[in-house]
Design a protein around this ligand. Sequence first.
Ligand SMILES: NC(=O)C1=CN([C@@H]2O[C@H](COP(=O)(O)OP(=O)(O)OC[C@H]3O[C@@H](n4cnc5c(N)ncnc54)[C@H](OP(=O)(O)O)[C@@H]3O)[C@@H](O)[C@H]2O)C=CC1
Ligand SMILES: O=C(O)C1=N[C@H](C(=O)O)C[C@H](O)C1
Length: 268
Amino acid sequence: MGVTRIAIIGASGRMGKQLIEAVQANDSVELGAVIVRPGSSLTGCDAGELAGIGTLGLQVVDDINAVINDFDLVIDFTRPEVTLNLLTLCCQHQKAMVIGTTGFDEQGKQQIADAAKQIPIVFAANFSVGVNLVLNLLDQAAKVMGDYADIEIIEAHHRHKVDAPSGTALAMGEAIANAMDWSLNEHAVYAREGITGERQAGTIGFSTIRAGDIVGEHTAIFADIGERVEITHKASSRMTFAKGAVKASVWLSCNKSGLYSMKDVLGF
Ligand SMILES: NC(=O)C1=CN([C@@H]2O[C@H](COP(=O)(O)OP(=O)(O)OC[C@H]3O[C@@H](n4cnc5c(N)ncnc54)[C@H](OP(=O)(O)O)[C@@H]3O)[C@@H](O)[C@H]2O)C=CC1
Ligand SMILES: O=C(O)C1=N[C@H](C(=O)O)C[C@H](O)C1
């Protein structure tokens, strides 16, 4: 089998540019297509110039149909509406997908699961090794402390982030809820304001910070009277996520249709 040819959609974005660089740096894959929003002023420019890594000789396009034969797999870090449109096209043309976009509602997640019956998809709210390790640690912490400790998840991101809580915070909540045999929706407290009353036992509280250029920070607290455990992950570079997405692409190119997580890719 040849080298996997990758298309990057949303190439003008914070993650899009990092992904161009990460694909270019990995010999197991090659950059097949680089796509921006229809009508974007970046159309026609060089993909390497867009990413700030010098000239690559690959032109940025604004119509994925124009490059449909130039790639095997799409990496998508965009917005839910972009991802959901892309699912149909990828199913039609049998293209694998690595999806890092966050902010889907239940219906959107179901559409991804349905598409994965036809094509291979890795879908993860966070492609870093560290966060996926944290998801495992949370399972253990919840099993030991979850039935008596107060559980809170705090996340902090840059001022441009549009969804809250972050996909990672929700994945952390899911990991804890699964360990406790809870439904996250029934146990989550997403907002507190005014006279809230005392904290209810058996809930998972979420708090969100949006400030400056924070790349992504997540903490889960398990607090009892007299002691507390805090499990924290801090990302300091988006390249961590981009390298993880490329690793997932290489792994996915050897796998059949199905819905996979980053934990599947990392093997834990
Ligand atoms: N899973 C993970 O590990 C990570 C996930 N993320 C997630 O990735 C997503 C993107 O994050 P980030 O790169 O910071 O966001 P940006 O806003 O920087 O990038 C979004 C990209 O999507 C494009 N886009 C948005 N709307 C449309 C549209 N309607 N049609 C076509 N293109 C569109 C934008 O184009 P334009 O520039 O023209 O607006 C841009 O290229 C978010 O959901 C974020 O939460 C981020 C980091 C890590
Ligand atoms: O929007 C971001 O920046 C990030 N989004 C992801 C999320 O919502 O969890 C992952 C990472 O924390 C950065």
